[in-house]
Design a binder for this molecule. Structure first.
Ligand code: PLP
Length: 371
């Protein structure tokens, strides 16, 4: 039996064509026109003024933190329920991550708790649009305005997600995206930072290229990085961008089919789509309530694995990471909602290549699991 992967990239003849054209041109580094073309195309897709491509979603986040001059003595508020790169980007710049719990419905940061975590040292908030659902951005932006804070939207999982009909990433001070192989569009590896701020974009562009000063050679006013994307990545990205609307539609259609087939199963919580959000369903995640469902998350994962269905457990909370504990961070902090997500969450196969028959099979297996 063919295994159903949790996620696989959707690459076709267009990606191959652009990749070979770029290869044949000989311009494979970051100074190729293809990189600028990709950035311009991404700006048009997302509706932002500037885009700075990078080597990954992580370096895009790191670049945003650095370009906003966030460093030692500054605090940055993030959800504890996120991928580790969000937290590391703050630590790379020697700033201090401060955590908030998750919202039980959207699994994104709890905005009520956010208020309580703001101190005079707070410099920024990084809302993470988890698994394709948007954070409730209005109250976050209001708080940011009241307290003069930057907002960096971590949109790695939310390409095409909309908040009140606006693309996520364009609401905060800046936004960052990832093009890792399992993300909604991919370059193999890659990332991008977007902003409407001309000064911020200019500074980010300098920092991502060794801190070279435009117009002069080998003169440095900053400790820069090399976060440059190659033209080979940009070529694949350009092809993926031409297909991005299809990918989002397929992900939404797959999610609708999953939800219709799973909705009556006792003890399974489905992902939501709040009325103010267009969920791009990067990953279709469910929560397994052991008492009500009759099997716990790990048992269900094993049961599905034995039937050729690959799944993935949810993130492990930042406050429970051994490395951060060793650093003395997040001592004695608890976040009950995020801990429940960590314990009960499982995401199901979510590729754009998934077929309706495969989804039906997966849902049948889940239904049968407890009989
Ligand atoms: C994938 C991801 C990242 C990191 O992206 P990479 O391209 O793997 O570096 C950052 N934040 C979140 C929320 C992610 O899901």
């Amino acid at each position: 039996m063919k295994k159903i992967p949790v996620c696989e990239p959707n690459l076709g003849s267009l990606e191959r064509k652009y990749l070979i054209e770029t290869f044949d041109s000989g311009w494979i580094s970051s100074i190729s026109p293809h990189v600028k073309e990709f950035e311009d195309a991404f700006c048009r897709f997302i509706g932002s003024k500037h885009a700075i491509s990078t080597t990954s979603g992580t370096t895009a986040l790191h670049l945003a933190v650095a370009a906003l001059d966030i460093g030692e003595g500054d605090e940055v508020i993030i959800p504890t329920f996120t991928m580790v790169a969000t937290c590391n980007a703050i630590l790379y710049q020697r700033a201090k991550p401060v955590l908030v719990d998750a919202d039980p419905e959207t699994w994104c940061m709890d905005v009520e708790q956010l208020k309580e975590k703001i101190t005079p040292k707070t410099k920024a908030i990084i809302p993470v649009h988890i698994y394709g659902h948007a954070c409730d951005m209005k109250p976050i932006m209001d708080l940011a305005e009241d307290h003069d804070l930057y907002v960096i939207e971590d949109c790695a999982e939310a390409i095409g997600t909309e908040y009140k009909r606006q693309q996520v990433g364009t609401i905060g001070t800046c936004g960052t995206f990832s093009f890792y192989a399992n993300k909604t569009i991919t370059c193999g590896e890659g990332g991008i930072m977007i902003t409407d701020g001309t000064y911020l974009a200019g500074k980010a562009r300098i920092l991502m290229n060794h801190g070279f000063t435009p117009g002069t050679h080998f003169l440095h006013h900053y400790i820069g990085f090399n976060f440059r994307m190659t033209a080979l990545q940009a070529a694949i990205g350009l092809a993926q961008l031409e297909r991005v609307y299809d990918f989002i539609e397929i992900k939404r259609r797959n999610a609708a089919l999953y939800s219709s087939l799973l909705k009556d199963i006792h003890g399974i919580t489905l992902p939501v789509e709040k009325e103010w959000c267009k969920n791009s369903y990067w990953m279709y995640g469910i929560l397994v309530n052991e008492e009500e469902f009759g099997m716990n998350r790990d048992e269900l994962q094993k049961y599905l694995e034995e039937r050729g269905i690959e799944t993935r457990i949810f993130f492990r909370c930042m406050h429970n990471q051994p490395i951060y504990k060793r650093m003395g961070l997040f001592k004695d902090e608890t976040y009950p909602v995020a801990e429940r997500l960590e314990r009960d969450g499982l995401y199901l196969p979510s590729s754009t290549k998934l077929t309706p028959d495969e989804i039906k099979y997966i849902c049948e297996c889940i239904k049968e699991a407890v009989f």
